[in-house]
Design a binder for this molecule. Structure first.
Ligand code: THU
Length: 162
């Protein structure tokens, strides 16, 4: 028997920054501030990521590249692992990411890489709360996803290890 299944999800595109909630605006601004701390001499892509914790604290990080290219760590995992290490008793409500590449005109957000989606997915599972994902270029439209699972359906998880 062949059965066709369909997966679909909703996400939101904000053309106008002011239509976002104030906390989302603040978080995006924080991620934008932090992209200035990117160490990206090889790709030139500066990325900042900020997370809002359940205790209302905001943490942020930036991508850190390495001459041995695979050692590079994305902004998302830089801040996620910091949150997990320093605030293990708080969950992450939202992650905001801003990307900037000098001389590039695109206004489309950069979408988190597969490794960061996998990491976000595990954080979501372990905290048992969805992680909202806000994405933007330094100037441009904002994408909002309600949960990382929309960006990583059929994710590998601890259930696959049983
Ligand atoms: N990068 C991030 O920090 N986050 C993403 O979502 C995509 C990629 C970084 C890694 C590397 O320093 C540069 O962007 C180019 O891949």
């Amino acid at each position: 028997v062949i059965k066709k299944e369909t997966f679909s999800f909703n996400y939101w595109i904000y053309q106008d920054f002011s239509e976002l909630g104030l906390m989302d605006q603040k978080l995006l601004e924080k991620s934008k501030d932090f992209l200035e701390n990117a160490y990206a001499p090889y790709s030139g892509l500066q990325v900042g990521a900020a997370v809002l914790l359940s205790n209302d604290q905001i943490l942020a990080g930036a991508n850190q590249e390495n001459a041995a290219f695979p050692v590079t760590l994305c902004a998302e995992r830089t801040v996620l692992n910091f949150a997990g290490s320093n605030y293990p008793d708080n969950h992450i409500i939202t992650i905001a990411v801003t990307a900037k590449q000098a001389d590039k005109k695109t206004i489309q957000p950069a979408i988190p890489c597969g490794s960061c989606r996998q990491s976000l997915s595990e954080f979501e599972d372990r905290q048992n709360h969805p992680i909202r994902v806000l994405l933007q270029r330094e100037n441009g439209t904002v994408f909002l996803f309600d949960t990382i699972k929309d960006l990583l359906p059929f994710s590998f998880s601890r259930l696959d290890l049983i």
